[in-house]
Design a protein around this ligand. Structure first.
Ligand SMILES: Nc1ncnc2c1ncn2[C@@H]1O[C@H](COP(=O)(O)OP(=O)(O)OP(=O)(O)O)[C@@H](O)[C@H]1O
Ligand SMILES: [Mg+2]
Length: 372
């Protein structure tokens, strides 16, 4: 798929913008703070419903404005798609989605119209940070590939929140009535956990396969196998529903003390191993970078396999950092993939086989795109 039109209004430092991107590679270059990442962020928002760098939607609304409009048209194998996200800081709902100009019933309906893979400097956090960063990574990607996954995840998280609320409300008290209530929530939570754990297990398994092949192609050292393994309470369960139920029962005493649920896929993680050793603890800077790049390239292949078409690739500030071998691997994976690439100097994009160049300039706090 590719973005054929992107329209922004009062988004970050864009007052208004209408862009008709080429199908191939677009280079966006300009000084720090000019608005390059903002543009990639807008496309990311259209694909997964949220920013890649903030959890606070209102930060994306231009200062002093009451709403931001982000409108995209994409061309997919099945035809043209049209979607818009509107952000409001003061009135509820603060995020609204329009499909083909009409309000969508649910935010999750926006999934599947635009598909992106973003690769930027902050992606090293997938390796370096705690398990939550890896769960976020999996969830973002899976929601794009399997829209039903996002619904399943929301259902699980909502049941989890209800069970936690019950634990907090019952603080200090107990008895048969509470046990019966917890029994009911345990059943619900166990049922909701199954699709989440099973889909995550499938995704990590597939991604591991692709990422290992990519890593082998870019690593200096040929005998450095890179592996990903889904870990978590239900990672290896033959019957995840039963295992979840048993786990919740076992943890009930502890949960009642801590006032939250300690067992379940909300504790999942992904082990990243190089030569069988934990990458985060033993990997060099370069190995970490290669691992993350391999995962991103592996994702492109996974999306293509699953959806039958390629995503749009958003490369923020990473191209100039790569050595020749990694750059070539990236260019090979990006063949036939709509790509947006940002850099501060136009010369940094040399070798990127670009089809369009735009200089991004910031004048009086507003971003402007100048086509060359
Ligand atoms: N809500 C907002 N309203 C107005 N301007 C904003 C808003 N949020 C961010 N900005 C402005 O956007 C600019 C940052 O844009 P962006 O992150 O896209 O820069 P960049 O071109 O990617 O820079 P770098 O090369 O440093 O990564 C800053 O000038 C910032 O002040
Ligand atoms: Mg930037």
């Amino acid at each position: 798929m590719y973005f054929s039109t992107l329209r922004l209004q009062h988004f970050r430092n864009y007052d208004t913008l209408e862009l008709k991107p080429v199908q191939g590679t677009t280079v966006l270059y300009g000084a720090n703070g000019s608005g390059k990442t903002n543009l990639l962020e807008a496309m990311h928002l259209l694909s997964v419903g949220r920013s890649h760098r903030t959890a606070v939607d209102r930060e994306m609304i231009a200062e002093g404005q009451e709403a931001a409009f982000i409108h995209g048209e994409t061309q997919r194998l099945d035809g043209k798609h049209d979607l818009e996200v509107r952000l409001y800081p003061l009135v509820k709902p603060q995020k609204r989605v329009l499909l083909y100009g009409k309000p969508a019933e649910r935010i999750t309906d926006m999934m599947g119209h635009a598909t992106t893979v973003m690769f930027g400097p902050e992606d090293l956090r997938i390796v370096r940070d705690g398990p939550a960063a890896r769960r976020r990574f999996i969830d973002m990607q899976l929601s794009q590939i399997r829209p039903s996954y996002l619904k399943a995840l929301k259902r699980y998280l909502s049941a989890l929140e209800s069970r936690n609320a019950l634990l907090r409300a019952a603080r200090g008290s107990g008895g048969a009535a509470l046990d019966a209530q917890l029994d009911a929530w345990d059943e619900q939570l166990a049922g909701a956990a199954v699709p989440v754990a099973e889909t995550r297990r499938w995704f990590v398994h597939e991604l591991a396969h692709n990422a290992a092949a990519q890593y082998a192609a870019i690593a200096e050292n040929a005998d450095e196998p890179f592996a990903l393994r889904y870990t978590g309470p239900l990672a290896t369960a033959g019957d995840p529903g039963r295992q979840m139920l048993e786990g919740l029962r076992r943890a009930r005493g502890e949960d009642r003390q801590r006032l939250y649920t300690t067992f379940g896929p909300h504790r999942d993680d992904v082990a990243m191993l190089l030569c069988g050793k934990e990458l985060r603890a033993f990997g060099s800077q370069g190995q970490l970078r290669s691992a993350v790049l391999s995962m991103k390239l592996g994702e492109i292949a996974l999306i293509e396999n699953e959806m039958g078409e390629t995503p749009t690739l958003l490369l923020d500030d990473v191209f100039s950092e790569l050595d020749a071998r990694r750059r070539n691997a990236l260019l090979q994976s990006a063949q036939g993939v709509q790509t947006f690439l940002t850099c501060t100097d136009k010369a940094d994009a040399a070798g990127a086989r670009a089809d369009a160049f735009y200089r991004v300039v910031n004048t009086d706090g507003h971003a402007l795109l100048q086509r060359e």
